[in-house]
Design a binder for this molecule. Structure first.
Ligand SMILES: Nc1ncnc2c1ncn2[C@@H]1O[C@H](COP(=O)(O)OP(=O)(O)OP(=O)(O)O)[C@@H](O)[C@H]1O
Ligand SMILES: [Mg+2]
Length: 246
C-alpha cells in the first residue's frame, strides 16, 4: 500500500512557481530521500504535504485517503509528523516540557502544564523513557534556548518521533551539525521502526544516500528524476544540476 500518493501537485507564490506538476508515490515503510539544489521546492513540498500551505493544484492522499484539503491538525491526527529546516522548539521551556507538549498534542486527554503531575503521569513517564532511550537525559531540565544547536536538532527529531507517526517528514535534520552530531542523528533515523514511512530532505548525499530506499530529485519546482542510489548517481541530468552546468 502507498503511504503517500502525490498527483500533479503545484504551488505558486505570486509569480514564483515553487512546485510544478509533481507526481510520485511512497510505499508504506519506505525511506525516501528528496534532494535538489537550493530553491528546488523541497520544503514547499513538505509544507504542502503537512498542510501548512494549500496546493494551487493537484492532490495528496495518505494511506488511500484524500488529505488535500485537510488542516495541519487533521493530518497530524492521521499520523503525519514533521521537523522543520529551522529548529521549532519553545525556547523558554525546558526540553522536558517541549517533549511533554508534543506528547500531549498526540494524546486524547486534556493537558495543562500547571496541572498536578499525577494527572499526566503517563505522559511524564513516556517522556522520561524517550529521553533515556535517545541519550538526552543530560539536557532534559535545560531550557531549549540554552542547549547547543546540535542538541536542539536532536530534540526536534525526538519530538517528531515521540508522537509515533505513520509518516515522518524530516527537513534537513543534519544541517549545521558537526560530523559527530550528524552520525548520531543518522543513527537515530536509522533505528526508527521500519513501519514508519520517512521522507528526508538532505543536502549531504553521502550521508543520505545510505539511509534511503529511493531518491526523488527536484529542480526548479519540477521532479526531474526518481530511482535508487545507483540510478540517481548515474543520472547525467542530476550530475549536471549538481555541477552547476545547465
Ligand atoms: N512562503 C513563501 N513565499 C514566497 N515564496 C516562497 C515561499 N516558500 C518558498 N518560496 C519560494 O519557492 C521556491 C522553492 O523554495 P523552497 O523553500 O521550497 O526550496 P528548497 O528546495 O527547500 O530550498 P533549500 O534547499 O534552500 O531549503 C523558492 O524560489 C522560494 O523562494
Ligand atoms: Mg528547504
Amino acid at each position: 500500500m502507498s503511504a503517500l500518493v502525490v498527483q500533479e501537485l503545484s504551488r505558486n507564490f505570486g509569480g514564483v512557481q515553487a512546485l510544478s506538476d509533481v507526481s510520485f508515490s511512497v510505499e508504506a515503510g519506505e525511506r525516501r530521500l528528496i534532494i535538489g539544489p537550493n530553491g528546488a521546492g523541497k520544503t514547499t513540498l513538505f509544507n504542502l504535504l503537512s498542510g501548512i500551505f494549500s496546493a494551487s493544484n493537484g492532490s495528496i492522499s495518505m494511506f488511500g485517503r484524500d488529505i488535500t484539503r485537510l488542516s495541519v491538525h487533521e493530518r497530524a491526527r492521521m499520523g503525519l509528523a514533521r521537523t522543520f529546516q529551522i529548529t521549532n522548539l519553545f525556547p523558554q521551556l525546558t526540553v522536558f516540557e517541549n517533549l511533554l507538549l508534543a506528547l500531549q498534542a498526540a494524546d486524547k486527554s486534556a493537558f495543562d502544564l500547571q496541572r498536578p503531575m499525577k494527572a499526566n503521569r503517563h505522559l511524564y513517564e513516556r517522556a522520561e523513557v524517550l529521553l533515556g532511550e535517545w541519550g538526552l537525559v543530560p539536557v532534559s531540565g535545560k531550557f531549549a534556548r540554552e542547549i547547543s544547536y546540535g542538541e536542539q536538532r536532536q530534540v526536534d527529531l525526538l519530538l517528531a518521533m515521540a508522537v509515533q507517526p505513520k509518516v515522518l517528514l524530516l527537513d534537513e535534520p543534519m544541517a549545521g551539525l558537526s560530523a559527530a552530531e550528524s552520525v548520531r542523528v543518522v543513527g537515530m533515523i536509522r533505528s526508527l521502526p521500519r513501519e514508519i514511512t520517512i521522507l528526508l530532505i538532505e543536502h549531504d548525499m553521502d550521508i543520505a544516500f545510505d539511509l534511503a530506499d529511493r531518491i526523488t530529485v527536484l529542480h526548479q519546482g519540477c521532479l526531474i528524476a526518481e530511482g535508487n542510489g545507483e540510478e540517481i548517481r548515474g543520472n547525467p541530468q542530476v550530475s549536471e544540476i549538481y555541477l552547476g552546468v545547465e
